[in-house]
Ligand binder design. Structure first.
Ligand code: CAA
Length: 260
């Protein structure tokens, strides 16, 4: 499928989704958010896709935020609709039944950090800079940052970042728990791909069920999460992959998962 502001390459079970507006440091305008929604629908429907990597085109930025030029003249109703569009697009990433890894290759600011937070986890390049500088523009995070960031790193640390608008480097972001791992810039994609491959070799239904259970407990509370875990775990025994995975272990061979 063709996108205006995205590059999507699918190979070996992995979809590489690149936000492609390097002239604006990959800033998220409406068109790009609609592209992202479409791309999530495309990868959701592709049975051969077992893991997704989200990154930014070019040397400098993952995503430098929502598009300030497009937002400047918005009235409150238009701003609400834009925020809703952002929430919907990021929600589709968060709720995709396949794992999504953010490869933060440069600036991840404002909506750029917020989109990375909607992914399942983040790997970053040593030259990445992350933050939510919206208050320096007279607004505040509007693509889920006020909700996802405190859940990830705690209320006090999230408020400090949101209220000061300060950016942190990749190592500080790792110390805060925003980023899982940091790599030299020329190693980032290799390492992200390695992890995506490891995930893609595992039982896709199991990975998907695990993602759903973690998300449910995180957002809805422990009781809800435990109920979802138990139900999904029971259902996993109805899959070919469970029979194949356990059979392969007992027969001392590699499993051949089908994702069903
Ligand atoms: N929106 C629109 N255009 C952007 C942009 C953004 N968020 N970020 C960068 N650009 C554009 C610049 O306007 C510039 O365009 P021109 O060449 O046409 O002038 C081009 O990208 C290159 O940027 P800079 O010249 O500024 O590059 P730099 O190296 O000097 O600085 C930067 C890099 C520190 C990331 C700086 O571009 C910057 O501060 N960008 C804005 C970051 C920001 O405030 N993000 C939050 C946006 S609000 C938001 O995201 C709302 C929300 O909650 C969803």
């Amino acid at each position: 499928m063709d996108y205006k502001n995205l590059l999507v390459e699918i190979a070996d079970g992995i979809a590489l989704v690149k936000i492609n507006r390097p002239q604006a440091l990959n800033a998220l305008n409406r068109e790009t958010l609609l592209d992202l929604q479409q791309a999530m629908k495309e990868v959701e429907g592709r049975k051969d896709v077992r893991a997704v990597i989200l990154t930014g085109e070019g040397e400098k930025a993952f995503v430098a935020g929502a598009d300030i030029a497009e937002m400047k003249a918005m009235n409150p109703a238009e701003a609400l609709a834009f925020s809703r569009l952002g929430h919907e697009a990021l929600g589709m990433i968060e709720n995709l039944t396949k794992p999504v890894i953010a490869a933060v290759n440069g600036y991840a600011l404002g909506g750029g950090l917020e989109i990375a937070l909607a992914c399942d986890f983040i790997y970053a390049s040593e030259k990445a800079k992350l933050g939510v500088p919206e208050v320096t523009l007279g607004i505040f995070p509007g693509f889920g940052g006020t909700q996802r960031l405190p859940r990830l790193i705690g209320k006090g640390r999230a408020k400090e970042l949101i209220f000061t608008g300060k950016t942190v480097d990749a190592n500080e972001a790792r110390n805060l728990g925003i980023v899982n791992k940091v790599f030299p810039p020329d190693k980032l994609m290799e390492e992200v791909t390695k992890t995506a491959r490891t995930i893609a070799q595992n039982g896709p239904v199991a990975v998907s069920m695990a993602k759903g259970a973690v998300n449910a407990g995180y957002d809805e509370g422990r009781e809800e999460g435990e109920a979802i875990e138990m139900t999904a775990w029971g259902n996993s025994f109805a899959t070919h992959d469970q029979k194949e995975g356990m059979g392969a272990f007992l027969e001392k061979r590699k499993p051949l998962f089908k994702g069903e």
